[in-house]
Design a protein around this ligand. Sequence first.
Ligand SMILES: [Zn+2]
Length: 946
Amino acid sequence: MSREVDVREITRLDDDGAMSRRIFQLRGNLTGHDPVANDDVAGLSAVAQSVISSVTGDEDPGAAHASRWRVESTVSPTSSGAVAVHFEQTFADIPVFQAGLTVRFSCAGLPVEVTGTVVGWSDQGPASPGIDPVDAVLVALKHLAEPDHVADDGLDSFGQPRKGVDIDPGSVGITISSAGDDAQRTTWVGLSPWSTTALVSLAWFDLGAMLVLGWQVSLDLPDAQGSFRLVVDSVAGEVLYSRSRVCEVVANAMVSAPNPDTAALLRAMPEPLSRYPVKTPSGGIDGFPRDDWITKDSTQGNCVSVTLDTGGEAVGSVVDGVIQFRPTSDEDIRRVAAQYFCSYAHDLFWLLGFKEGDGNFQLDDYDENGAEDQDRVNALVYPGKVKGTASMGPSVDGASPTLRMGLYVPTGRHTALDESVVIHEYTHGVVNRLVGGKTSTTALDAAQSAGMNEGWADYFACVVTGLNVVGSWVVNSSAGMRSNPYDQNYPSFYSDLAPSKPSAEEHDYGEIWCAALMEVDRRLGTEITAQLVLDALKLTPSNPTFLQARDAVLSALDDMATASGWTSGDAQLRMHEAWSAFARFGMGVLASSPASTTFVGVQPDFSVPSFSPSAYADSELEPYEPGGRQVGPTPGVSTWGPDRLDLFCSTSTGMLHTWHASDMPLGSVWESIDGATPTVGRRSGVAACSWEPGRIDAFIIGDDGTLHTLAHDVATGWGMWANLGGALDPGCSPAVASWAPGRLDVFAKGPAGELMHLWRDSATGWGRWESLDPFVGSRKLSSGLSATAPAPGRLVIAGLSVQGYPQVCDYDVWLGTWTRWNLAHTASPAAGDRPAPAITASIPHFLQSPSPTSRRPVDVDLYAIAPVDGTLQITHSHWSRSWDTTSRQHPAGNHRGLGVAAWSEKRLDLVVADELPSGDLTRIGRLVHQWTNSAAAPPQSETLDL
Ligand SMILES: [Zn+2]
C-alpha cells in the first residue's frame, strides 16, 4: 500500500502537536559576533554555523539521533545588501526531506534571525537502502501511471477525478547514467525511449516521530505531461510522497487591465521583464520569467489558483500551440482576470526581492531551502458580495492565504476585474510575510501598523496600475475607495490622526502612509521607490509605528546609495527628497510618536534633516589631527539635575560630548557625534539645554547661517540633526534656554547685529524666526549669545554690545514684556573679538516650583572675560554690576568661549575654551573646567584633555 503525503497533511500533524516537524524562528539575541562583509562567503558561513550550533545546542552531539547542519546555499544578497546563509538538516550525512534553517544577516553584517523548519525524531529505520535507484524509479513511474489513492477517494480538492498520466512503465528502459559515491548516492537515471532523465538521491523522510530512508526521485515525463517529485521508501518500496512539479505552460489571456474601462487585450502569461517597473539588467534575469502562471490549461498556476467559491477553474484552449484564455461568461472573465493580476503581482514582488526564502506564495518553491512549499494563493471568486468587498487572510509560510473577491453591490461591479483591488489584497499577503518575519501573523496588529498595512497595499496597487487611486472602477468614482486621490494635493497629515477621528479606521490611517510613499515615488521615481518600499518591509520590526517604518525606508535608501555606488551628491539629494516627502505629511525629523497602539500623542514636524547620516559623508569629514584638536568657540554646558553636567564642544574633527555623573568625572569619556554632525556646522559654538531629566537639545549655526539641532534622550539615544532655518551670523554662537517641559527658546545674532528668536513648545512645535529688536531696542550685538531661564516663564539673555560691553535683557512670558538691552558692565572695551558672556540661573527651572505665583527668587550668574586683564568676572542677581574680579581668576590668553551651568544653588560649573599656539599649521585648544560647591569656597579647577 502506498502512502501519499503532502505538506498540507504535515501541517495538520504539526497543528496537532504530535508532529516532529516544527517551524523554527529566532530573532535577535544573536549577539557576540563581529560584523562580516556581505561578500565574505567563508566568514558568513562560519558565523552562521556558530549561530546554528548555539541555537540548536540543546541536542547532544553524541546522541544517536543527533542531526547536523550543512551549508546548502551560501549567500543570497537582497537589494539592500542583507544576506542569508541556508542550511539543510542532515543525519548521517543524508539530508532530511524539506528541513532546513536560514541565518539572516543585517546590512551591517550581524546575524539577526534564524528561521526555517526543523525535524526531530525518536526512532529511525535502516540507514542503508533495500532497493536500488532503478527500482525506485520504476515504483515512481508505476505510481504516476496508476496512482493508488487509497488514502482519498481518487478525487482532487475540487471533487474532480484525478487524472493519471499516459505512460506505460513496462516499456520504459531505465539505465543508470552516473552514480555518485557520496552518502546521498546521487544518481542520474536515463529513461528511454523518452530521452528524459530522473535524478535520484537518498533522503530521510519523517513519518511522525519515525525517520525512514527514502529515494527522492525527480523526473520529467514525455510530451510535456509534467514534472514530478516522489519519495519512495527505500526498504518497503512504497511511495511516501508524490507531487507534480509544474509543467511549463505559456499562454495568452484576454484581460482588461487595470479595469474594464480599458478594452480587453490579449496579454502574455507570463509577462516579460520589460513590463515591470524594476531595474532591468541588460542580460535579463536568469530564470525569469518562469513559465508557471498556469499549469496545463486552467486558472491553476504555481503562484495562484483561481476558482469560484464553489470550486472550478476557467479553462483555456490551444490555439497555434499556445494556450489561450478567451473567456466569455462573467464567471470566466473574472477568474481569468484574477489569475492574470495575481500572477503579475507574484512576479513583481519576486523581482523586488520577495522570493522563496522570504516565504513567497508558491505551490512549488523549486527546492529553495528554508522555504515552505504548497502555499500558492487560494483566490476565490464569489458571485455576490464578500465581507469588505475583497479580502486577503494572513497565513504563515507553508499555508495558502485565501484571497476573496466579490461584488460591490452599489455599482454591481466585481472586484476581481479591478486590478488595483486585487493587487491591494495581494500586497496584504506580502506585507504579512515580510514584516516581523514569515511565520508571524500578528506583526501588523497595532493601530499604526494596521493602518500602514493598508497604506502599503494601496501603494503597490498604484505602482502596478500607474494610477493614483484605488478601486475607482469598482466604486465608479474618480477618488476611488479613498477620501482623495494620492496626488500632490492630498490634504491630510500624520498629525490629523490624533486625536483619532471617531469614524477613523485602518484605511483612513493607511491613506496618510500611502500618500507619503506616493510623494517619495514622485520625487525618486517608481523604479527606486518600489524597491525601497519592499526592502524596507524586510527591515521593519513587528508592529511598527509610522516613524519606524519611515526610518526603514530611509535606511533602505542609505543602503541603496552605497550598493549602487551613487555619488555623494546624488545620494544626498535623494535622501533630502525622501525626507522632504515624509516631512510634507508631518513625519519630519523632529516628529515623535507614542507606541504604535495609538495615534494619540503624535507630534508632527515638517522639517528635514540638515544632512544625510550615511557612510558616504565620512569622506567629507576633516581628518583627525594627531596630538590635539582645535577647539571651537563657546562650549555648550547643560545640566538636568544634581550631579549631572553635559558638555559639548565643536572641534576641528567634529562635535564631542562628555558628561559628569555621580560616578564619572567630566571628560573621562569623550563621545564623538561626528557621524551626526552637519557638514555645514563647524563654525559656531554649541548651545545646549535640558528641559527635563534625561533630555538634552544641542544647537549649532552652520556656515550657511542656518540653525541646526540635535536631541539626545537617555531612553532612545541621539536623534538626527534637523535644520531649523534662519538667516544668522555663522560666526557667533547661539543660545538656548527652557522654562517648561518641551519649551525651548533659541537666540542668535542676526547678520546686522539684531537679536533673533525662535521657540517651540510641545503643542505647536517650532515656530518662525523673529527679530526682537522692536522690543529690546536698537542696541546691536557684536557677539554670540547666552541665555537662561531663572524661573518658569522667565528668560534672561546676555551678549556683547558693538562697543564690547556685556549687555543683558529679559522677558517675562506671563506679562508678555521685554526689558530693553541693559549694559551689565561699563569697563572700557578691549580691541578684537571676545567671546560672549556666559549666563546661568542657579537652579534649573524643572527643579523649581512649577507655579509661577510661588516662584522663589533665583540668582542669575553672569560671567565675562574682563576687558583688560583677561580674567573671568561674575555678577549675581540680575546684573547687579557688583563684579567680582578676584574669585574667578583665569590666565590671560586667547579665550574662545565660556559655558556655564548650575545644578543647584551652591554648585556652579564653568568651562572655558582656550586656543593655544602649537606649531605652524594647527592650533590646539584646551578646555578648562572650574567649579565651586559653595559661594564661599574657592573654586576648583581642572584641564580637560580632548
Ligand atoms: Zn486592505
